[in-house]
Ligand binder design. Structure first.
Ligand SMILES: Nc1nc2c(ncn2[C@@H]2O[C@H](COP(=O)(O)OP(=O)(O)OP(=O)(O)O)[C@@H](O)[C@H]2O)c(=O)[nH]1
Ligand SMILES: [Mg+2]
Length: 329
């Protein structure tokens, strides 16, 4: 299941430093020659693939990326310092285009791969260059050149790292809606979700992780019943599953076992995938019944249940903390 993340950024390489006009001044040398140095070159802008990033989320907030300008030349033919190159980290798999022409500049695939996207301007020349027989004291110098400026379109095909599974009506879509900017259809009947929804959830360390909310699973889903089978395929490549269990139903334990059984029957290692068991709609069950349910779950699974209410937004922080820990971010 793929989802395209996009961002539009402006990159601006540094301007070259100006050349200067200066003359040598030394003891016992009455008329020193021209000695104005050249300006330094402006910094380039490069993109670099970084395996710690998963999305283009950070580019929604910062859009303009200027590299440093070169410094002016100095006396005694000193060349000014070059502006530092600006390295912009992007996720592996980012495709880069010129926004206006649509031309692809490159794909950054492997970690560490770089792509130069804007060249810094050359520094201007100091007057030391303009010494000639006719002009022994030139006042001429040139200014540094502007750096390149481009608008770039970044595109990244996102892969879901976290899959949200559970019975129909458990509150999976409600959960992705409160965690991310995704706005899936939510309704009080089963099979509301017909195709997977993806949402990017902000991580505490910056950047984001892609969550996928898939249609509800029912008994026999792994063999093709309901909508399940097709969509279990979509979460094969996730690293973590969130199993959402509605505790307001008649028999939550039965629902839990149904979903677990389907994961196991589906194969492809899904049953061994790290899982977070999330008990949703906690406000629908009183304290005693809840602790009874927790005890029962304790007997049949070693998953540590986390109580939440997706609708009321409670318990989400604890749940996410667990998710980040499991993902090692
Ligand atoms: N009381 C209560 N209701 C909730 C909570 N979370 C979700 N719901 C309700 O449960 C119903 C189903 O929610 P959805 O998010 O559509 O459930 P789903 O798991 O995506 O369902 P399918 O797409 O059909 O598989 C909706 O009426 C939600 O408003 C909750 O924490 N408490
Ligand atoms: Mg849904």
């Amino acid at each position: 299941m793929q989802f395209i993340d996009q961002a539009l950024i402006t990159v601006k390489a540094g301007k070259g430093g100006d050349g200067i006009v200066a003359f040598r001044r030394e003891k016992y040398v009455p008329a020193g020659g021209p000695s104005g140095g050249d300006g330094g070159k402006g910094g380039n802008v490069l993109l670099v693939a970084d395996s710690n990033l998963q999305t283009l989320l950070d580019f929604k907030y910062k859009r303009i990326f200027p590299a440093a300008d070169g410094k002016r030349g100095g006396p005694n033919r000193c060349t000014g310092a070059s502006g530092q190159d600006l390295l912009i980290k992007v996720p592996c798999g980012t495709e880069v285009r010129h926004q206006i022409t649509g031309i692809i500049l490159g794909d950054l695939l492997a970690p560490g791969e770089t792509l130069q996207v804007a060249y810094g301007g050359n520094g201007g020349r100091g007057n030391a260059h303009y010494l000639s027989n006719r002009n022994r004291a030139p006042e001429k110098y040139t200014e540094g050149k502007e750096g390149e400026e481009w608008q770039l379109q970044l595109e990244l095909k996102l892969l879901a790292e976290v899959g949200i599974i559970g019975m129909p009506n458990a509150g999976k879509s409600t959960l992705i809606a409160v965690l991310s900017a995704a706005r899936p259809k939510i309704a009080d009947y089963p099979f509301t979700t017909l195709i997977p929804n993806l949402g990017v959830v902000r991580r505490p360390t910056g950047d984001g992780t892609v969550f996928a909310d898939i249609p509800g699973l029912i008994a026999g889903a792994s063999a093709g019943a309901g909508l399940g089978h097709d969509f279990l395929r979509h979460i094969e490549r996730t690293r973590l599953l969130i199993h959402v269990l509605d505790i307001g139903v008649e028999n939550p334990i039965e629902d839990f076992l149904t979903v677990e059984k389907e994961l196991s029957a589906y194969g492809h290692g899904l049953i061994d995938r790290p899982r977070v068991l999330v008990l949703n709609k906690k406000e629908l069950l009183d304290k005693n019944k809840t602790s009874e349910l927790l005890n029962q779950l304790n007997l049949i699974t070693n998953l540590k249940p986390i109580l939440i209410s997706a609708a009321m937004g409670t318990g989400l922080e604890e749940m996410l903390e667990f998710v980040w820990k499991e993902l090692g971010v």
